[in-house]
Structure formats: C-alpha cells, structure tokens
Design a binder for this molecule. Structure first.
Ligand SMILES: C[S@@+](CC[C@H](N)C(=O)[O-])C[C@H]1O[C@@H](n2cnc3c(N)ncnc32)[C@H](O)[C@@H]1O
Length: 210
C-alpha cells in the first residue's frame, strides 16, 4: 500500500521540512480518490499547488483533454526543475517555480479568467493564518462558478478558515501514509452532489404537443 520512496522528495524534505511536510508521495489510491472529483471532459483549466515530485501531475496529464491545460506551482527550485524535465514535451503543462499564492497573476497572463479546479497538497497547517486566508480568498475568486478546490491534508483545520466557499465535502482517507482528509470546497452550490444512496426522482415527461 505504501508508495515507493522518492529520493528527491526525501532530500527536499530534509532541506525544507516545514515546506515539503511529507517524506512519501501520495498513494495511488489517494490520488485516484482526489481526481474522482474532477470532470475531465471538455476544455478545462486546472491548477495544482505543490506539485512535489509529480505524483498528481503525472496522473492528471493522463486524464487531461488535448485542449485543456494544467498550471503547476512548486516553491522548491529542485522539485520545480524535476517537474519541468518530466513534462517538457507536453505543451498542456506549465510549471511555475513560484508561490501558489500568485496563481491568479499567471492565469491572467494567459488570458484565462478562471480555473475550473485547484488541487492542493501544500501544508496549509504550517502557513500563518493571514497568508492562509489570502490564499483561500484568491482561490475562491479565481475559480469558475462550478469550480472546486480540492485539498488533501493531514488535518481538516483549513475548513474553519474557508467560510467564503458555499460548501465543503470531507472524507477521511485511510489508504495513505499518513491518512489524509480529502476536502472538496465548492465555490457555489451548483456542484453539490446528490446525497449518496438517495434515489433521484425522475421528471415525468409530458407528451409533446401535436
Ligand atoms: C506534501 S508535498 C506534496 C507533494 C505531492 N503533491 C504529493 O502529494 O506527494 C507539498 C509540496 O508543496 C510545496 N509547497 C509548499 N508550500 C508551497 C507554496 N506556497 N506554493 C507552492 N508550493 C508549495 C512543497 O515544496 C512540496 O513540494
């Protein structure tokens, strides 16, 4: 169940423990679970915060449509370079060695008003409250009306700071070392899923007028 150790993630964790936060990349099962929230059909703009050694990025690009794009923000220069090398032949993937807080500036430079999804693995628990809230406001502003902010974290403390979102679905996911909360923040109520197990009543069709 444990994912293979990544030498570069381990080295960068030793160099910057509070920024990198984990020694193991996310498990395949966790990545699959997070990405299940995403509708990859059509042209989409996705943003990833904290690409790390690329475990999510690799899975996202497998599902990404030909006209979609993925902007990846990774603060650590060595990890950003490692990501650039992996995706240099894929024009859909843009790697920024930059703070995730600046993602809207980069969207603007591309002439894109909003992202459809923002996926984050950055350790919010270690970020001071003011900065954390600034990032949350920027994500809320930078998402389309049907946008989702997907976060995987060891705690769910972020939920308490994210009151600007219409709703948050929370799942505690055990198949990862360490277990993680998967938080899906909905910008508006448009994307809320029907409660599981409840039958949806079908609309009765009126016969077409002659
Ligand atoms: C826990 S690792 C996640 C790596 C990978 N996504 C995974 O799931 O294995 C967090 C990553 O976020 C990066 N990071 C932390 N704060 C960041 C920020 N403000 N902007 C961009 N990247 C950041 C770290 O350098 C690190 O690579």
């Amino acid at each position: 169940m444990a994912p293979p150790m990544s030498a570069i993630l381990f080295r960068r964790f030793l160099a910057r423990p509070l920024q990198v936060a984990y020694v193991l990349p996310s498990s395949k099962a966790l990545i699959k679970r997070v990405l299940e929230h995403i509708d990859f059909s059509g042209t989409k703009t996705l943003v990833e915060f904290g690409g790390g050694e690329g475990c999510y990025t690799r899975e996202i690009v497998k599902r990404l449509g030909p006209d979609s794009r993925l902007l990846v923000f990774e603060l650590d220069p060595q990890l950003a370079e490692h990501l650039r090398k992996q995706f240099r032949d894929d024009p859909r993937v843009l790697i920024y060695q930059s703070d995730a807080a600046h993602f809207r500036d980069e969207l603007q430079k591309l002439g894109v008003a909003n992202a459809d999804y923002v996926i984050s693995g950055i350790p919010f628990s270690y970020i001071e409250t003011r900065t954390k809230r600034e990032i949350l406001h920027a994500v809320h502003e930078g998402l389309s009306a049907e946008g989702l902010f997907l976060v995987y974290q060891v705690t769910m403390e972020l939920k308490g700071h994210a009151r600007m979102f219409a709703a948050c679905e929370v799942e505690y996911f055990l198949a990862n070392i360490p277990p993680m909360f998967v938080l899906a923040f909905h910008k508006t109520g448009l994307t809320l899923r029907k409660p599981r197990g409840r039958k949806v009543k079908k609309q009765r069709r009126e016969p077409a007028a002659a």
